[in-house]
Design a protein around this ligand. Sequence first.
Ligand code: AHR
Length: 344
Amino acid sequence: MKMGKWCLVLLLLLLSGCSSANTGQRQIPLRTAAPALSGQLLDEDGPAAAKRIVLGFSQLGSESTWREANTASIQEASAEAGITLILRNAEQDQQKQFDAIRSFIDSEVDIIAIAPVVQTGWEAILEEIKLAGIPVIILDRSVNVQDSSLYVTFIGSDFYEEGVKAAKYMIDKMRHDSGVITIAELQGTEGSTPSIDRGRGFRKMIEDKQNFRITQSKPAGFTKSGGREVMREFLQQPEEEWPQVLYAHNDDMAIGAVEAIEEAGLKAGSDIIIISVDGTRRAFEQMIEGNINAVVECNPLLGPLLMQAAKEIMSGRTLPKRIVPPEDIFTQELAGMEVENRKY
Ligand code: AHR
Protein backbone atom coordinates (compact mmCIF):
# COMPACT_ATOMS: atom_id res chain seq x y z
CA MET A 1 0.00 0.00 0.00
CA LYS A 2 2.73 2.43 1.09
CA MET A 3 5.07 1.20 -1.66
CA GLY A 4 2.25 1.75 -4.15
CA LYS A 5 1.97 5.39 -3.07
CA TRP A 6 5.70 5.92 -3.45
CA CYS A 7 5.71 4.31 -6.89
CA LEU A 8 2.88 6.64 -7.88
CA VAL A 9 4.90 9.66 -6.79
CA LEU A 10 7.94 8.46 -8.74
CA LEU A 11 5.77 7.79 -11.76
CA LEU A 12 4.25 11.28 -11.57
CA LEU A 13 7.73 12.68 -11.32
CA LEU A 14 8.74 10.85 -14.47
CA LEU A 15 5.57 11.82 -16.32
CA SER A 16 6.05 15.44 -15.34
CA GLY A 17 9.28 15.47 -17.32
CA CYS A 18 9.45 17.08 -20.73
CA SER A 19 12.19 17.76 -23.18
CA SER A 20 12.94 21.30 -21.97
CA ALA A 21 16.31 21.63 -20.36
CA ASN A 22 15.33 24.72 -18.37
CA THR A 23 16.11 24.08 -14.72
CA GLY A 24 15.22 27.61 -13.71
CA GLN A 25 18.93 28.41 -13.34
CA ARG A 26 20.78 27.48 -16.45
CA GLN A 27 20.25 25.59 -19.67
CA ILE A 28 21.68 22.17 -19.00
CA PRO A 29 22.91 20.63 -22.24
CA LEU A 30 20.63 17.72 -23.05
CA ARG A 31 23.22 15.01 -23.49
CA THR A 32 21.09 11.89 -23.60
CA ALA A 33 18.10 10.64 -21.68
CA ALA A 34 18.80 6.90 -21.63
CA PRO A 35 22.12 6.89 -19.76
CA ALA A 36 20.62 9.24 -17.16
CA LEU A 37 18.30 6.43 -16.11
CA SER A 38 21.34 4.48 -14.93
CA GLY A 39 22.75 7.52 -13.15
CA GLN A 40 25.33 8.17 -15.83
CA LEU A 41 25.75 10.68 -18.60
CA LEU A 42 27.65 10.14 -21.82
CA ASP A 43 30.74 12.27 -21.99
CA GLU A 44 30.52 14.87 -24.74
CA ASP A 45 33.91 13.63 -26.01
CA GLY A 46 32.45 10.27 -26.94
CA PRO A 47 30.31 7.39 -25.77
CA ALA A 48 33.24 5.36 -24.41
CA ALA A 49 33.87 7.59 -21.39
CA ALA A 50 30.78 7.43 -19.15
CA LYS A 51 30.47 10.00 -16.36
CA ARG A 52 28.61 9.38 -13.14
CA ILE A 53 26.42 12.15 -11.77
CA VAL A 54 28.11 13.72 -8.74
CA LEU A 55 25.72 15.02 -6.09
CA GLY A 56 26.88 17.19 -3.21
CA PHE A 57 24.45 16.97 -0.29
CA SER A 58 24.54 19.28 2.72
CA GLN A 59 22.71 17.44 5.51
CA LEU A 60 21.75 19.70 8.42
CA GLY A 61 22.60 17.35 11.29
CA SER A 62 21.83 14.09 13.05
CA GLU A 63 19.51 15.29 15.81
CA SER A 64 16.76 12.68 15.52
CA THR A 65 15.75 9.20 14.45
CA TRP A 66 14.05 10.84 11.48
CA ARG A 67 17.31 12.51 10.43
CA GLU A 68 19.28 9.27 10.71
CA ALA A 69 16.71 7.52 8.52
CA ASN A 70 16.83 10.40 6.04
CA THR A 71 20.63 10.24 5.75
CA ALA A 72 20.57 6.45 5.37
CA SER A 73 17.86 6.67 2.71
CA ILE A 74 19.95 9.12 0.68
CA GLN A 75 23.11 7.02 1.00
CA GLU A 76 21.31 3.83 -0.03
CA ALA A 77 19.42 5.44 -2.89
CA SER A 78 22.57 7.05 -4.31
CA ALA A 79 24.37 3.70 -4.32
CA GLU A 80 21.39 2.05 -6.00
CA ALA A 81 21.09 4.83 -8.58
CA GLY A 82 24.80 4.79 -9.41
CA ILE A 83 25.14 8.42 -8.32
CA THR A 84 28.30 9.56 -6.55
CA LEU A 85 27.28 11.20 -3.29
CA ILE A 86 29.42 13.68 -1.38
CA LEU A 87 27.66 14.13 1.95
CA ARG A 88 28.58 16.74 4.56
CA ASN A 89 26.87 16.90 7.97
CA ALA A 90 26.54 20.47 9.28
CA GLU A 91 25.61 19.54 12.86
CA GLN A 92 22.87 22.22 13.09
CA ASP A 93 25.20 25.01 11.97
CA GLN A 94 24.14 27.07 8.94
CA GLN A 95 27.69 28.40 8.48
CA LYS A 96 28.91 24.79 8.16
CA GLN A 97 26.28 24.30 5.46
CA PHE A 98 27.72 27.31 3.59
CA ASP A 99 31.25 25.86 3.93
CA ALA A 100 30.09 22.49 2.61
CA ILE A 101 28.30 24.12 -0.32
CA ARG A 102 31.42 26.13 -1.23
CA SER A 103 33.43 22.92 -1.18
CA PHE A 104 30.89 21.36 -3.56
CA ILE A 105 31.25 24.34 -5.90
CA ASP A 106 35.06 24.01 -5.78
CA SER A 107 34.74 20.31 -6.59
CA GLU A 108 32.47 21.16 -9.55
CA VAL A 109 29.75 18.71 -8.57
CA ASP A 110 26.86 18.28 -11.02
CA ILE A 111 24.05 18.99 -8.55
CA ILE A 112 23.81 20.37 -5.03
CA ALA A 113 21.10 19.26 -2.60
CA ILE A 114 20.54 21.13 0.65
CA ALA A 115 18.50 20.19 3.73
CA PRO A 116 18.47 23.66 5.34
CA VAL A 117 18.71 23.88 9.13
CA VAL A 118 16.75 27.16 9.22
CA GLN A 119 14.56 28.96 6.69
CA THR A 120 16.32 32.30 6.35
CA GLY A 121 19.74 33.49 5.21
CA TRP A 122 20.06 31.44 2.00
CA GLU A 123 19.94 34.09 -0.75
CA ALA A 124 23.66 34.89 -0.97
CA ILE A 125 24.91 31.29 -1.01
CA LEU A 126 22.24 30.29 -3.55
CA GLU A 127 23.43 33.18 -5.74
CA GLU A 128 26.98 31.78 -5.50
CA ILE A 129 25.76 28.38 -6.65
CA LYS A 130 23.81 30.00 -9.48
CA LEU A 131 26.95 31.83 -10.63
CA ALA A 132 28.71 28.48 -10.74
CA GLY A 133 25.87 27.14 -12.91
CA ILE A 134 25.03 24.22 -10.63
CA PRO A 135 21.37 23.22 -10.20
CA VAL A 136 20.04 23.08 -6.62
CA ILE A 137 17.50 20.76 -5.01
CA ILE A 138 16.10 21.84 -1.65
CA LEU A 139 15.27 18.82 0.48
CA ASP A 140 13.11 18.32 3.57
CA ARG A 141 12.96 21.93 4.90
CA SER A 142 12.29 24.98 2.77
CA VAL A 143 14.18 28.24 2.26
CA ASN A 144 12.70 31.74 2.40
CA VAL A 145 13.94 33.37 -0.79
CA GLN A 146 12.35 36.03 -3.00
CA ASP A 147 13.70 34.49 -6.19
CA SER A 148 12.43 30.94 -6.46
CA SER A 149 14.54 30.35 -9.57
CA LEU A 150 17.50 29.97 -7.18
CA TYR A 151 16.53 26.32 -6.83
CA VAL A 152 15.01 23.81 -9.22
CA THR A 153 12.65 21.99 -6.90
CA PHE A 154 11.80 21.53 -3.24
CA ILE A 155 11.19 17.94 -2.15
CA GLY A 156 9.70 17.70 1.30
CA SER A 157 6.70 17.29 3.55
CA ASP A 158 3.86 19.74 4.06
CA PHE A 159 4.65 20.69 7.67
CA TYR A 160 1.70 23.08 7.93
CA GLU A 161 -0.65 20.23 7.04
CA GLU A 162 1.04 18.06 9.67
CA GLY A 163 0.18 20.69 12.30
CA VAL A 164 -3.40 20.76 11.02
CA LYS A 165 -3.67 16.96 11.29
CA ALA A 166 -2.29 17.00 14.84
CA ALA A 167 -4.83 19.63 15.92
CA LYS A 168 -7.74 17.83 14.24
CA TYR A 169 -6.90 14.67 16.11
CA MET A 170 -6.71 16.58 19.40
CA ILE A 171 -10.03 18.39 18.83
CA ASP A 172 -11.75 15.09 18.13
CA LYS A 173 -10.06 13.25 21.01
CA MET A 174 -11.06 15.97 23.52
CA ARG A 175 -14.59 16.48 22.18
CA HIS A 176 -16.25 15.14 25.35
CA ASP A 177 -14.12 17.28 27.70
CA SER A 178 -15.80 20.39 28.97
CA GLY A 179 -13.94 23.46 30.15
CA VAL A 180 -10.57 24.78 29.11
CA ILE A 181 -8.10 22.30 27.63
CA THR A 182 -4.51 23.28 28.30
CA ILE A 183 -1.84 22.38 25.79
CA ALA A 184 1.95 22.25 26.12
CA GLU A 185 3.97 22.45 22.93
CA LEU A 186 7.50 21.15 22.37
CA GLN A 187 8.80 23.07 19.39
CA GLY A 188 11.68 21.87 17.22
CA THR A 189 14.72 23.90 16.18
CA GLU A 190 14.02 27.63 16.33
CA GLY A 191 13.68 29.16 12.87
CA SER A 192 13.33 25.80 11.11
CA THR A 193 10.48 25.22 8.67
CA PRO A 194 8.99 22.19 10.46
CA SER A 195 8.88 24.02 13.76
CA ILE A 196 7.38 27.18 12.27
CA ASP A 197 4.82 25.45 10.06
CA ARG A 198 3.79 22.71 12.48
CA GLY A 199 3.11 25.47 15.00
CA ARG A 200 1.17 27.58 12.46
CA GLY A 201 -1.00 24.74 11.18
CA PHE A 202 -1.87 23.63 14.70
CA ARG A 203 -2.71 27.18 15.87
CA LYS A 204 -4.84 27.83 12.80
CA MET A 205 -7.12 24.94 13.76
CA ILE A 206 -7.70 26.16 17.32
CA GLU A 207 -7.72 29.94 16.78
CA ASP A 208 -11.53 30.15 16.90
CA LYS A 209 -11.90 27.59 19.71
CA GLN A 210 -11.87 29.40 23.03
CA ASN A 211 -11.54 26.20 25.08
CA PHE A 212 -8.19 25.14 23.59
CA ARG A 213 -5.26 27.09 25.03
CA ILE A 214 -1.54 26.68 24.46
CA THR A 215 -0.27 27.49 27.93
CA GLN A 216 3.35 26.36 27.57
CA SER A 217 5.53 26.36 24.48
CA LYS A 218 9.30 26.12 24.11
CA PRO A 219 11.92 24.91 21.60
CA ALA A 220 13.50 21.57 22.48
CA GLY A 221 15.72 21.11 19.42
CA PHE A 222 14.02 17.99 17.99
CA THR A 223 16.07 15.82 20.39
CA LYS A 224 14.96 13.26 22.96
CA SER A 225 17.07 14.89 25.70
CA GLY A 226 15.66 18.31 24.77
CA GLY A 227 12.11 16.97 25.02
CA ARG A 228 12.83 15.43 28.43
CA GLU A 229 14.43 18.61 29.82
CA VAL A 230 11.75 21.00 28.60
CA MET A 231 8.94 18.69 29.76
CA ARG A 232 10.59 18.57 33.21
CA GLU A 233 10.51 22.38 33.23
CA PHE A 234 6.82 22.39 32.25
CA LEU A 235 6.04 20.00 35.11
CA GLN A 236 7.88 22.13 37.63
CA GLN A 237 4.95 24.53 37.45
CA PRO A 238 2.19 24.18 40.10
CA GLU A 239 0.06 21.09 39.47
CA GLU A 240 -2.98 23.11 38.39
CA GLU A 241 -0.89 24.44 35.49
CA TRP A 242 0.10 21.04 34.15
CA PRO A 243 -1.09 20.50 30.59
CA GLN A 244 -3.83 18.09 29.55
CA VAL A 245 -2.33 17.71 26.08
CA LEU A 246 1.26 17.63 24.86
CA TYR A 247 1.90 18.47 21.20
CA ALA A 248 5.51 17.53 20.35
CA HIS A 249 6.89 18.60 16.99
CA ASN A 250 8.67 15.26 16.67
CA ASP A 251 8.74 11.74 18.09
CA ASP A 252 12.13 12.00 19.77
CA MET A 253 10.98 14.94 21.88
CA ALA A 254 7.71 13.15 22.68
CA ILE A 255 9.61 10.05 23.84
CA GLY A 256 11.88 12.21 26.02
CA ALA A 257 8.79 13.91 27.43
CA VAL A 258 7.21 10.55 28.28
CA GLU A 259 10.20 9.90 30.58
CA ALA A 260 9.72 13.27 32.31
CA ILE A 261 5.98 12.65 32.69
CA GLU A 262 6.60 9.26 34.29
CA GLU A 263 9.23 10.75 36.62
CA ALA A 264 6.54 13.16 37.79
CA GLY A 265 4.31 10.20 38.68
CA LEU A 266 1.86 10.74 35.83
CA LYS A 267 0.68 8.30 33.18
CA ALA A 268 1.70 9.45 29.71
CA GLY A 269 -1.09 8.95 27.19
CA SER A 270 -3.91 9.24 29.73
CA ASP A 271 -3.05 11.91 32.36
CA ILE A 272 -1.51 13.83 29.48
CA ILE A 273 -2.64 13.12 25.91
CA ILE A 274 0.41 13.08 23.63
CA ILE A 275 0.50 13.81 19.91
CA SER A 276 3.73 13.88 17.94
CA VAL A 277 5.06 14.00 14.40
CA ASP A 278 7.31 11.69 12.30
CA GLY A 279 6.03 8.14 12.67
CA THR A 280 9.17 6.34 13.81
CA ARG A 281 9.01 2.70 14.84
CA ARG A 282 9.90 3.78 18.41
CA ALA A 283 6.91 6.10 18.50
CA PHE A 284 4.70 3.25 17.29
CA GLU A 285 6.01 1.08 20.12
CA GLN A 286 5.17 3.89 22.55
CA MET A 287 1.66 4.05 21.07
CA ILE A 288 1.28 0.31 21.61
CA GLU A 289 2.38 0.80 25.25
CA GLY A 290 -0.26 3.52 25.56
CA ASN A 291 2.20 6.38 26.14
CA ILE A 292 1.62 8.28 22.88
CA ASN A 293 -1.91 8.72 21.51
CA ALA A 294 -1.34 9.71 17.89
CA VAL A 295 1.52 10.29 15.47
CA VAL A 296 1.37 12.38 12.32
CA GLU A 297 3.58 10.85 9.65
CA CYS A 298 6.49 12.78 8.16
CA ASN A 299 8.39 10.59 5.76
CA PRO A 300 12.21 10.78 5.86
CA LEU A 301 12.75 8.23 3.09
CA LEU A 302 13.39 10.88 0.46
CA GLY A 303 16.48 9.25 -1.10
CA PRO A 304 14.73 7.65 -4.10
CA LEU A 305 12.88 10.91 -4.92
CA LEU A 306 16.10 12.90 -4.63
CA MET A 307 18.03 10.57 -6.94
CA GLN A 308 15.20 10.49 -9.44
CA ALA A 309 15.07 14.29 -9.44
CA ALA A 310 18.85 14.50 -9.91
CA LYS A 311 18.65 12.23 -12.95
CA GLU A 312 15.72 14.16 -14.39
CA ILE A 313 17.58 17.45 -14.04
CA MET A 314 20.74 16.06 -15.57
CA SER A 315 18.82 14.71 -18.52
CA GLY A 316 17.35 18.16 -19.11
CA ARG A 317 13.80 17.65 -17.94
CA THR A 318 11.70 20.18 -16.07
CA LEU A 319 10.56 19.22 -12.58
CA PRO A 320 7.58 20.43 -10.57
CA LYS A 321 8.64 23.23 -8.20
CA ARG A 322 7.29 21.30 -5.21
CA ILE A 323 7.27 17.56 -4.59
CA VAL A 324 5.39 16.38 -1.49
CA PRO A 325 5.53 12.74 -0.38
CA PRO A 326 2.21 11.17 0.66
CA GLU A 327 1.72 10.99 4.43
CA ASP A 328 -0.79 9.71 6.99
CA ILE A 329 -1.76 9.99 10.63
CA PHE A 330 -1.73 6.96 12.93
CA THR A 331 -3.52 6.51 16.23
CA GLN A 332 -2.98 4.10 19.14
CA GLU A 333 -5.74 1.90 17.77
CA LEU A 334 -3.85 1.34 14.48
CA ALA A 335 -0.32 1.17 15.87
CA GLY A 336 -0.24 -2.59 16.49
CA MET A 337 -1.28 -3.36 12.92
CA GLU A 338 1.16 -0.91 11.40
CA VAL A 339 4.31 -1.24 13.53
CA GLU A 340 5.86 -4.05 11.50
CA ASN A 341 5.55 -1.96 8.34
CA ARG A 342 7.58 0.93 9.72
CA LYS A 343 10.80 1.32 7.82
CA TYR A 344 12.39 3.85 10.17
O1 AHR B 1 12.74 18.48 9.06
C1 AHR B 1 12.12 17.31 9.51
C2 AHR B 1 12.20 17.23 11.00
O2 AHR B 1 13.54 17.32 11.42
C3 AHR B 1 11.68 15.97 11.62
O3 AHR B 1 10.35 16.02 11.96
C4 AHR B 1 12.49 15.91 12.86
O4 AHR B 1 12.42 14.70 13.54
C5 AHR B 1 13.80 16.25 12.31
O5 AHR B 1 14.80 16.43 13.18
